[in-house]
Design a binder for this molecule. Structure first.
Ligand code: HEM
Length: 469
């Protein structure tokens, strides 16, 4: 009806500009071609979004990276685009990025293919799977912290390794041979380096190297799938779920190996830097608030006692008993809002609150603006986990998005954070080395240089040799 209404008014030719009485949202389109791209990228992007919202309100237009855009900064508008009228707004990514991750990865799609894939991915990341993953996540956390012990490292770098390793056990289970894991790690890091580079096919460029590495990743994934088929054991991990999925006839495979590989690379991609950025912020927020850290330490000390001083493994039930730590995680997700917004494209002319969103325009729900709006989160720049003692108002807390494309990995990400915090605060002390309050964008916001931190085991003298990283 939003479309029909927009179309009818447009056909009648009411009003000016051929938009049938519907106005375009307020805002400025900037310079020809360039639009307001320079304004966005020459400063902290949050200043751009916030100043626009102050000037124009919850819906405004702009022009970025060659595309006309409508930005939406209210909970109702985010729900409209992502949930109630999601069919009118398709996911949209630059073609070069689609080619690099893999065109069949679920987040590029809409409709039946997307829904089927999503069910499979959600199943492999559901509560039963996560329960079984706790020991693997704990082992990965322990070895990450042990490797950091006594050294200065970039927190983001350490957390990237952690979230990559957790991604690998989620996808392949615990038994992936080390040579395959090393191949995946090596090639994946080349893909990553090329992801934000200028797309061209000249040999030697980052983009070219990334596309080559992507081909090698497909090769490794084909080998792993072939080996599983030969053994007759597809496995119950994410890869196994995708391999065993069947079309409507119940016989033919639902997905080709090519489609499976695109989705495996896609999940690794969606899981790594997101989780690592939030984990980095958590390390900083806890460090900066000694009283809060002490309270979290007390909560976790009780859990440690329940595990016989760490001699018995953490269980899913333990992770469900960390109420304060959980609130710290929610507040970190809100404060850091590492996914500040997402992109969709209008598939038809759509009317929203008397404004026209023209077909083909990009539409961006601004999560960060909603998370930092004092109408929904009092004193929004204060880190205050207690605000989550009461559930946030509907559609105001969207760190994992909303609707058909909402993050299927959110519980895994939170599990990783709970386990990391448990071992960090019960076993270690840490201090930040160098600058503390500057932020860089990679592209998610993280503290400058990835937050260099000296970490040491509790009850041990601190080694103050110069940083090795
Ligand atoms: C703190 C960590 C994470 C954050 C903040 C995060 C955030 C998000 C958000 C906001 C979306 C929706 C994007 C949109 O609507 O355009 C999303 C989608 C997605 N996320 Fe996450 N994510 C995190 C971790 C993970 C993990 C650990 C996995 C997998 C193991 C994962 C897999 C995915 C996938 C596959 C999608 C696409 C879903 C679809 O299109 O149907 N994410 N994530």
């Amino acid at each position: 009806s939003y479309v029909r209404f927009a179309r009818r008014r447009k056909e009648k030719g009411q009003g000016h500009g051929g938009y049938g009485g519907l106005k375009l949202p307020p805002g400025s389109m900037g310079w020809p071609y360039l639009g307001e791209t320079l304004q966005l990228y020459s400063q902290d992007p949050n200043i751009f979004f916030t100043s626009k919202q102050k000037r124009y309100g919850e819906i405004f237009k702009t022009h970025l990276l060659g595309c006309p855009c409508v930005m939406l900064a209210s909970p109702e508008a985010a729900r409209f685009v992502l949930v109630t009228q999601a069919h009118l707004f398709k996911p949209t990514y630059p073609r070069s990025k689609e080619r690099m991750i893999g065109p069949s990865a679920l987040f590029f799609h809409q409709g039946d293919y997307h829904l089927r894939l999503r069910k499979l991915v959600q199943g492999a990341l559901g509560p039963d799977a996560l329960r079984a993953l706790v020991p693997e996540v704990e082992a990965t956390v322990r070895s990450t912290l042990a490797a950091w012990d006594g050294r200065v490292m970039s927190t983001f770098h350490a957390m990237k390794r952690l979230s990559f390793d957790v991604g690998i056990v989620t996808i392949f289970g615990g038994g992936l041979p080390p040579r395959w894991k090393a191949e995946l790690r090596k090639n994946y890091s080349i893909v990553e380096k090329g992801y934000n580079s200028f797309p061209n096919s000249l040999p030697g460029t980052l983009y070219y190297k990334a596309m080559q590495a992507r081909r090698r990743l497909h090769g490794v994934l084909s080998d792993i799938m072939r080996e599983r088929r030969e053994r007759g054991e597809p496995g119950s991990d994410l890869l196994g779920c995708l391999m065993q999925s069947r079309a409507d006839d119940g016989v033919a495979p639902l997905l080709t190996d090519e489609q499976i590989a695109d989705n495996i690379i896609g999940v690794l991609f969606a899981a790594q830097d997101t989780t690592a950025s939030v984990l980095t912020w958590i390390v900083k927020y806890l460090h900066d608030q000694p009283k809060l850290l002490e309270a979290v330490r007390q909560e976790q000390a009780a859990v440690r006692e329940a595990t016989d001083g760490g001699r018995r493994p953490l269980t899913w039930a333990h992770t469900r008993s960390m109420a304060l730590t959980h609130r710290v995680i929610l507040e970190s997700l809100r404060m850091a809002s590492i996914i500040s917004f997402t992109f969709r494209e209008a598939v038809a002319d759509v009317e929203y609150k008397g404004f026209l969103i023209p077909k083909g325009w990009k539409v961006m729900p601004l999560f960060r603006n909603i998370h930092h709006n004092p109408d929904y989160f009092q004193d929004p720049h204060k880190f205050d986990p207690s605000r989550f003692q009461v559930a946030p108002r509907p559609n105001t807390f969207l760190p994992f998005g909303n609707g058909v494309h909402a993050c299927p990995g959110n519980e895994l990400a939170k599990l990783e954070m709970l386990v990391l915090i448990h071992h960090l605060v019960t076993g270690y002390r840490w201090e930040i080395v160098g600058s503390r309050d500057e932020v860089e964008y990679s592209p998610f916001p993280v503290p400058k240089h990835g937050l260099p931190v000296r970490l040491w085991r509790e009850n041990r003298t601190v080694d103050r040799t110069p940083p090795c990283e």
